[in-house]
Design a protein around this ligand. Sequence first.
Ligand SMILES: [Zn+2]
Length: 477
Amino acid sequence: MKKDTFNRRTVLTGTTALGAASLLPGRVLAQNAAPAAGAGPAGALPARGEFVVRGAQVLSMDDKIGDLPSGDVHVRNGAIVAVAASVPAPGAQVIDGKGMICMPGFVDTHWHHWTTFLRPAMRADDPKKTYFPVTLALGLHYTPEDSYRSVRLGLAEALSAGITTTHNWAHNVRSPAHADAEVKAMRESGLRGRFAYGPSLGMPNDKPMDIADWARLKKDVGKDDMLSLGICSRNIDGNNTARGAIDAAMAKKEWGAARELGLPITLHTSGSASVQLLNENGLLGPDVQLVHPLNLDAKNFEALAKHDVRYSISPLGEAGRTGETQLAELLQAGVKVSLSIDNVTAERCDCFACMHMLQTLNKHRTAGKYKLTTKRLVQMATIDGAVDLGLADKTGSLTPGKRADLILVRTGGPNMREIGDPYDALVQLAQPSDIDTVVADGRILRRKGAFTALDYDKVSRDATEAFNGLKARAKWA
Ligand SMILES: [Zn+2]
């Protein structure tokens, strides 16, 4: 364990304080606007066929295969069959990869999809209309249909930004029907993902989550190769935050129940106290993912590495908090780190910008002492995310035998050409609009920068309708 030798400016302690207690329980659901009726799926998923990407610059993120200046990727029935300089693949549909980078789809490891359609209520320059006040006030009035439509909108953005796996951090599961609605949206999207079953906003901190429903949903999710189930825990650092705050006894009860069911656990932390508490109570383990590494100390890093805990960094969010993301310390200690979007209510979904921001934050925090290559950043956004979510045998690299989750990034646009090192270009120059093709589990879900099957106009209309109904019911001005 190396000592933390980096400059550390004074940083805020604890997670974002609620500052809006009046918005928590006690508000009565207004009855003057009926919830939106159920919306049908926005398009059937395309079939998994057989195709070969020819002549792309292949960044496999697989150490044995490495990078190919010009290579082919052959996909059949959802699986990667071959990755090589030249693959015959007779009869397969050919996708011209010239002028494109072919790489694994991005893996997001923490995203509150249910908040997505709340954007119209948000204003960054009005403290009453920033992320926490808005999500707390409106979240209390969500119907299952609201959850479905909001998650669906978030997943559409994920897909258009080249994300093929997402960890849906659902901390407003107001009933089993809300859980089902979020899972339905995930299933229909065609993306790979984990649904992290959380509390209901505003529920009493001394009441356990709906543990019985975890077992029910596990059976349902277990039927689907694309999805898995976990839980998201309320905070345990004593702050009454937007995600609830429980004591160690409740954490033991809930985490113990999750572990009996084999469900991984995720938790927001921003400080040494919660990691210490988790460690003292024997709760850390490889099935634990923590979110937002800020304000940790040397002992924390040691404990996290010892127990093989995973940590998810949301660089765009971290930059807006303290900017003191402790990436270098985590990596030096041997902690597994991945990247996440967090929310698209107050931030953009842009994995390229996330990598670039993390590179910048690390550079300033360590005064350039901790070197981070651009390839390392791309690894964190792909294969390391798959490792975090326990999916490295299925996704995160272009490896024969893994499922076909891949993207094609155009390099010919005004912002990219002529590129030098491809990793450098992805981190420094690329934009989501450069993503030409997105394939998840062998299904081509985006092609030439457009959805192949998803009726985005319907997704958009349905989200607007539901948001307007929600706003009226909540009497949100
Ligand atoms: Zn979060």
